[in-house]
Design a protein around this ligand. Structure first.
Ligand SMILES: [Fe+2]
Ligand SMILES: [Fe+2]
Length: 140
């Protein structure tokens, strides 16, 4: 593990178990990529890791969107995250082919996931938790 890897901090925990578990899983893949960038892993392997992150992210975003009735803005933010990931992934692979992934690319990736979790995801987590409680309350 390199110094540039992400570590889980309390402010990333939203209190919705399934979502928290998936966020941790996404962070693990991001960390694999960060390690790969630092260790100069070959570009094909790096591309495969980005493809894995894209697939896991799409599945995670779909789950989040199913949990909310009204998510247009959140949906758009997810679409933007995938676009950013495609751009940064292609850039990282290009840079790796040239010998080294640039610091700016690594820094962008470090913030890509966490800024969404502490921002939009935290924003809706209160709504989901409140709704779960009301649903449970109504069924009792
Ligand atoms: Fe999320
Ligand atoms: Fe989200």
């Amino acid at each position: 593990m390199t110094t540039r890897s992400l570590t889980w901090t309390d402010d990333l925990t939203l209190g919705i178990d399934d979502i928290d578990r998936e966020h941790r899983g996404l962070m693990e893949v991001v960390n694999e990529i960060l390690v790969a960038c630092d260790s100069g892993l070959d570009s094909a392997m790096l591309g495969a890791l980005f493809a894995q992150l894209r697939k896991s992210s799409l599945a995670h975003f779909a789950r989040e969107e199913r949990m909310l009735a009204d998510t247009l803005q959140h949906r758009q933010e997810h679409a933007e995250l995938i676009e950013q990931l495609d751009r940064i992934g292609a850039q990282a692979v290009r840079e790796a082919e040239g010998g080294e992934v640039a610091d700016a690319t690594v820094i962008f990736l470090r913030h890509w996931l966490t800024s969404h979790i502490v921002g939009p995801d935290r924003g809706y987590s209160g709504y989901v938790k409140g709704r779960e409680k009301r649903i449970r309350g109504g069924a009792e």
